[in-house]
Design a protein around this ligand. Structure first.
Ligand SMILES: Cc1cn([C@H]2C[C@H](O)[C@@H](COP(=O)(O)OP(=O)(O)O[C@H]3O[C@@H](C)C(=O)[C@@H](O)[C@H]3O)O2)c(=O)[nH]c1=O
Length: 190
């Protein structure tokens, strides 16, 4: 039985996964990760850390990546909704610097697999939104790095207006208010 429907994006290895949801009178059941199935797709992943965060509406986290020990991330939303975005930072990739964004929500139950070598960020579209993600490497604060979420050279079109949000009222961490630009990152800053 097929447990997941895979949708490729314009960026190689960046995939969207729709789990098959089995509903009955009790509620639903779905598999959210299956090592064997992912291996068949050519993704030989070993997840070593699971993360869970909760945010108010209008929180923007990102764009984050680790300069060494890059983490592949399998992301899903268990409460509320987010607009999730990945930016290809793989230097040899034909889509280097290209981004892809989509909505992940409690309702659509989509999973987003962001391979190693990408920056990741998201905007929460509901209060008390909770996201959970599996990572292929551990957290190394000394290698934790970022790029400004509204960098003009990356040009992410964050859907603020569509969700009644205003850029001036976004909630960001101190660190995310002061991330280097893409150009600075390319020049080796931070
Ligand atoms: C990411 C992380 C943070 N922390 C700690 C550090 C800090 O005290 C607190 C909050 O960390 P941050 O502000 O970095 O959390 P946050 O801004 O949610 O960072 C996350 O953002 C998204 C977009 C990602 O892709 C993740 O990989 C991660 O970078 O949690 C860990 O202990 N382990 C971890 O794996």
């Amino acid at each position: 039985m097929t447990k997941f429907k895979i949708t490729e994006t314009k960026i190689k290895d960046l995939i969207i996964i729709d789990p098959v949801v089995l509903s009955d009178q009790r509620g639903f059941f779905m598999e959210t990760y299956n090592k064997r199935y992912f291996e068949k797709l050519g993704f030989n992943l070993e997840f070593v850390q699971d993360n869970h965060s909760k945010s108010k509406k209008g929180v923007l986290r990102g764009l984050h990546f680790q300069k060494e020990h890059s983490q592949g991330k399998l992301i899903r939303v268990t409460r509320g909704s987010i607009w999730d975005v990945a930016v290809d930072l793989r230097k040899k990739s034909p889509t280097f610097g290209v981004w892809h964004g989509l909505i992940l929500s409690q309702e659509n139950k989509k999973l987003f697999y962001i391979p190693e070598g990408f920056a990741h960020g998201f905007l929460t579209l509901d209060d008390d939104t909770e996201i959970q993600y599996k990572c292929t490497d551990f957290y190394y604060p000394e290698f934790d790095s970022g790029i400004n979420w509204d960098d003009p050279d990356i040009g992410i079109k964050w859907p603020f207006k569509e969700f009644g949000l205003e850029e001036e009222n976004l909630i960001l961490s101190e660190r995310d208010m002061d991330q280097p630009s893409f150009k600075e990152y390319l020049g080796g800053a931070k």
